[in-house]
Design a protein around this ligand. Sequence first.
Ligand SMILES: Cc1cc2nc3c(=O)[nH]c(=O)nc-3n(C[C@H](O)[C@H](O)[C@H](O)COP(=O)(O)O)c2cc1C
Length: 196
Amino acid sequence: MDNVHPSMFSSYILTLFPQHMNPTLETIFHRRSIRKYADQLVEPEKLDLLLKAAMAAPSAMNCKPWEFVVITEPEKLAQFRKRLIFGNRNAPAAIVVCGNPSLSTNPAARLFWVQDCSLAGENILIAAEGLGLGTVWVGVHPVGEFVRVVREIAGLPKHITPLGLIYVGYPAEEKPARTQYDEKRVHWQKYEKRMR
Ligand SMILES: Cc1cc2nc3c(=O)[nH]c(=O)nc-3n(C[C@H](O)[C@H](O)[C@H](O)COP(=O)(O)O)c2cc1C
């Protein structure tokens, strides 16, 4: 054991019991799509924290081509439920993650608005889990009809594209923590075609 550094041991333990070893990993593994919500409003301070988490995300050349529309009005939420076929969820709040490529001052960075906004969105999902909230991402862009519906309900101008809508609320269903780790999807050093 003399040549085993303690950090190697803790890394090994982490691979066996990742969710018990580290609060960040625990939060990541616990995040699941929540599709049933309690009849309880989300505190505005918590919604603010989610937006702060979103805007801590990395973006190409730090251009931050994102904007967010927070929706808590019951009539608007009812419209989303009715008009988005995969978005019929009873959450008391929704955050529309929007891309505004014109905020990217650099033409090369402008190409990356989807990645930039996706990373901001994932930060919201993880931060919500950490705050005891549930979320589900409802895909919008690039489906033309979904984009049209969300633009209309959220009052977005043409140059703003809704990438996705995140429902936020207190969960009324429980799901187990998990990773979906699959070693077949992992290649080290070079892509390897496998027979299995
Ligand atoms: C781009 C994207 C679009 C999605 N669209 C929907 C959707 O329209 N409705 C929905 O209920 N879930 C949607 N989801 C959630 C996925 O179904 C969910 O993440 C996946 O089944 C894995 O489950 P988990 O989130 O609990 O890990 C979407 C997720 C992503 C990343």
